[in-house]
Design a protein around this ligand. Structure first.
Ligand code: THU
Length: 129
């Protein structure tokens, strides 16, 4: 499982996004500490706040499968083609819950270039109990 596999999976699952209200399609693919991949897309709802983000859904799939932590997560989103899509604040906190200082967040830019961030850079001094 390499970075390109995660990128391909995020782009593929993005096509499944249920986003009839925003028309903003997001896909996420993560690699857990066991080397297993988990995917998610955004799932919206007629009652808008009840929708869920791609990253959170991929994390829920990881937890359900027994994964404990995120090594790498790829996030890709956009209305039509891929746009610059950085995780929302809530998803940064969701990622931080299962991250350590080695966890990398990969974002795909228009044109296919990627940017990689440590989660600490996206959410400095995150909240932990
Ligand atoms: N969305 C995500 O899936 N992840 C994010 O980090 C940002 C936003 C979704 C939520 C909603 O379905 C759509 O994108 C537009 O906000």
């Amino acid at each position: 499982m390499n970075e390109q596999d995660l990128i391909d999976a995020a782009l593929t699952v993005r096509q499944q996004a249920y986003c009839k209200y925003s028309n903003y399609h997001v896909g996420a693919a993560l690699l857990d500490e066991q080397g297993n991949m988990h995917i998610g897309c955004n799932v919206e709802n007629a009652s808008y706040p009840e929708g869920s983000c791609a990253e959170g859904n991929a994390i829920a799939a990881m937890v359900a499968a027994g994964g404990k932590s995120i090594r790498t997560i790829v996030v890709v989103g956009g209305h039509d083609d891929v746009e610059d899509c950085t995780p929302c604040g809530g998803c940064r906190q969701r990622i931080a819950e299962f991250a350590d200082s080695d966890t990398r967040v990969i974002l795909i830019r228009p044109g296919g270039h990627t940017r990689t961030f440590p989660i600490d850079e996206l959410l400095p001094r995150s909240f932990h109990l």
